[in-house]
Design a protein around this ligand. Structure first.
Ligand code: AHM
Length: 327
């Protein structure tokens, strides 16, 4: 007897329990799952193909673009477009958003924000990378073309969000606002299968995760907190791939921080493509996500597509323990 639940089955079953479900949202989520399988295949054999290394360009956030960034970006956009259930997409790799239709009436109500390959500087050395996605409902009506304002929504408006971790095994973790579930990719049958039902972040953990190399660039409040972590013999773990670092934090408890630095005075990570989707997942698992002023990430206004923020994310006790330092 096979008791496995595939991602497709789980999505369809979850949506059957929702009133007024049109199937559009399920279809979109399932297409993200299909695209993730293809990206996974390419990431796995990247060393055998001529797709590792720099592309030679920088993206709109000013980061060096890897060849795989481009590949993953094009592939994700193609699948979202072909799903026929997505109004448009904003990607970390693109200056502007893409609208999938210039016809009125607009038939699709959902749009996607995506970081197709997060942590891609790790790819050349075979270290975990990820894909991060968020799904919003458009604000404009079906009688209007998609507008920038449709994408500039705070995290609290997210309908669903998740990530794919291309690690020692590949996992897709997502929430649609009813808890968090994780699916491990079974290569044998080519499906994501439910492996982590109703994930909960431990209330506290002994790991802190930050690029300690920037210590001298951090605000003294952050430095004081890091000294406290060291004084308490907490374990420092940092991969430099947000999906992997946050996934570990979600599983084991603890805290992940990317504060402001001299190089990135607003913080490095982007509100739309990284901070909000990951915050939605972690909050749904029982954690807390704030910026370094103590404000809830998901309530922060989003003014531009590539807006950055500082972020502090993790277990309730760990994040609460930094609050006195932030005042
Ligand atoms: P990327 O979108 O260019 O891959 O950058 C995002 C990554 C995150 O995954 C990670 O948390 C961070 O950048 C690491 O930055 P740093 O190397 O400065 O520690």
């Amino acid at each position: 007897m096979n008791n496995r639940v595939t991602l497709d089955e789980f999505i369809v079953h979850s949506q059957m329990n929702q009133d007024n479900a049109s199937g559009e949202f399920s279809g979109l989520l399932r297409h993200i799952g299909i695209a993730a399988k293809i990206v996974n295949r390419i990431v796995n054999k990247a060393g055998l193909m001529d797709i590792i290394g720099l592309d030679g360009n920088t993206n709109s956030s000013g980061d060096a673009v890897q060849k795989l960034d481009i590949y993953a970006n094009e592939l994700m956009i193609e699948y979202l477009k072909n799903s026929g259930q997505c109004a448009g997409v904003a990607s970390e790799e693109l200056d502007e958003f893409i609208s999938f239709s210039n016809k009125i009436p607009q038939k699709n109500k959902y749009l996607v924000v995506i970081d197709p390959l997060d942590g891609s500087s790790n790819i050349d050395v075979n270290i975990s990378v990820g894909t991060i996605f968020g799904i919003y409902k458009r604000l404009t009506s079906e009688s209007e073309l998609l507008q920038l304002e449709d994408f500039l929504q705070p995290g609290i408006e997210l309908v669903a969000a998740g990530y794919v971790l291309y690690g020692t095994s590949t996992m897709l973790v997502y929430t649609s606002g009813y808890g968090v579930n994780g699916f491990t990719y079974d290569r044998g049958i080519g499906e994501f299968c439910l492996s982590h039902r109703d994930m909960k972040i431990p209330p506290s953990g002994n790991h802190y995760s930050i690029n300690q190399g920037y210590f001298r660039q951090f605000d003294t409040r952050i430095q004081d907190y890091l000294n406290k972590c060291a004084d308490e013999n907490m374990m420092l773990r940092y991969i430099g791939s947000m999906v992997a670092d946050v996934h570990r934090t979600l599983c084991l408890g603890g805290i992940f921080l990317y504060p402001k630095t001299k190089k990135n005075p607003e913080g490095k990570l982007r509100m739309l493509y990284e901070c909000n989707p990951m915050s939605f997942v972690v909050e749904q698992a029982g954690g807390i996500c704030i910026d370094e002023h103590g404000k809830r990430i998901m309530e922060l206004p989003v003014q531009t597509l590539h807006q950055r923020s500082s972020i502090i994310i993790g277990s309730v006790e760990n994040v609460n323990s930094i609050l006195p330092f932030l005042n």
